[in-house]
Write a protein that binds this ligand. Structure first.
Ligand code: UFG
Length: 339
């Protein structure tokens, strides 16, 4: 049995990863500081250590106790674009410094494989879409900049210490485990799909669409959506890829299809059968016009075959989670709905 460490395994995508690894027969160790994650999101078959990856002594303790860990899946980063515009240092500290601390400890314990959640935000405003892995990376927000630095730090740590990495650059993630047992629950919630569904379920009055004067067909931002279940499978394939002795590399993970914010709203109206009131508001800082992935490299090299290729299906799984868990994991006191 292969033992792996999932950093951020209590978070939205990390919890889907843990669940999928356990289904596939892996032995899973989770580290999470529970700042944004939820204890209840962690599959009960994983061994959980609560702590912060920047705390090197804590991490040494985990690697000492769990001496069979062969590889690390790193999901433990802050990922909210607008927050990063206001609090850039929070992002460079948690994300970028966190990577430095992690690689130091991994190197001490001779753990030489890492699969990293990178992002489309490392590309900034692309010159053309779909975006290829070889296209220029010029982030337009601190979040994207923090993750680009993390990619570069991994590159030089590979050169110097032989720590092999796969950077998976996710586009926009939406959906939940189809049985509705785990899903997305952020405080405050800032992402488009869960906010639309909060309006559908009556927790919020309306959706504000941030800008309709972008350089896109209907003027609202266009994004490429991918389901966390498919992301999890790509991570497992990425580990197989490194285990086969392949070199470090980066792969986009997306559907290669773009949906505008207006189109996502329409799709959610279809799925939920609710009117979902919406109004156009001012632009939010740091939003590129259009982000669409060229993801043929992941399909070709890793053999990735996403099972969710229709946003309606993705939204359906998120809606199932929302209906079953109207208050998410119900482990926070704050209420972030707007009434
Ligand atoms: N949006 C609205 N109203 C809202 C919330 C969002 O109009 O209430 C819009 C945003 O302006 C943007 C789109 O919906 O145009 C998607 O916004 P999200 O906040 O859902 O997602 P982002 O595109 O900002 O970022 C997400 C992840 C990042 C990742 C990025 C990659 O949060 O971590 O996708 O494309 F880097």
């Amino acid at each position: 049995m292969t033992t792996v460490l999932v950093l951020g395994g209590a978070g939205y995508i990390g919890s889907h990863m843990v669940d999928r690894l356990i289904t596939k027969g892996y032995d899973v160790v989770v580290v999470d500081n529970l700042v944004t994650g939820h204890r209840k999101a962690i599959n009960a078959k994983a061994r959980f250590y609560e702590g912060d990856l920047r705390d090197k002594d804590f991490m040494r303790g985990v690697f000492k106790k769990e001496d069979k860990i062969e590889a690390v899946f790193h999901f433990a980063a802050f990922s909210i674009v607008p927050e990063s515009m206001k609090k850039p240092l929070k992002y460079f500290d948690n994300n970028t410094y966190g990577m430095i601390a992690l690689l130091e400890v991994m190197n001490e314990f001779n753990i030489k494989k890492i699969i990293f959640s990178s992002t489309a935000a490392t590309y900034g405003n692309p010159e053309h879409v779909p975006i290829k892995e070889t296209d220029p990376q010029n982030p337009i927000n601190p979040y994207g900049a923090s993750k680009l630095m993390m990619e570069k730090i991994m590159h030089w740590s590979d050169e110097a210490y032989g720590i092999k990495f796969v950077a998976l650059r996710y586009f926009n993630v939406a959906g939940a485990k189809p049985d509705g047992s785990i899903g997305e629950d952020h405080h405050p919630e800032t992402h488009l799909v869960p906010i639309i569904l909060q309006v559908a379920s009556g927790k919020r009055d309306k959706l504000y669409i941030f800008g309709d004067d972008y350089n896109t067909p209907d003027g609202t931002n266009v994004r490429d959506y991918v389901h966390p279940f498919d992301l999890a499978d790509a991570h497992i394939l990425a580990l197989d890829y490194l285990n086969a002795g392949n070199p470090s590399d980066a792969f986009n993970l997306g559907s290669s299809t773009g949906f505008s914010n207006e189109e996502m709203l329409e799709a959610a109206r279809d799925v939920t059968g609710k009117p979902i009131p919406a109004e156009v508001g001012p632009r939010r800082g740091g939003d590129p016009d259009t982000l669409i992935a060229a993801s043929d490299k992941a399909r070709k090299v890793l053999g990735w075959q996403p099972k969710f290729d229709d946003v309606h299906e993705m939204i359906k799984t998120a809606w199932n989670w929302t209906v079953k868990h109207p208050n998410g994991y119900d482990d926070r006191n704050d209420q972030d709905a707007n009434h």
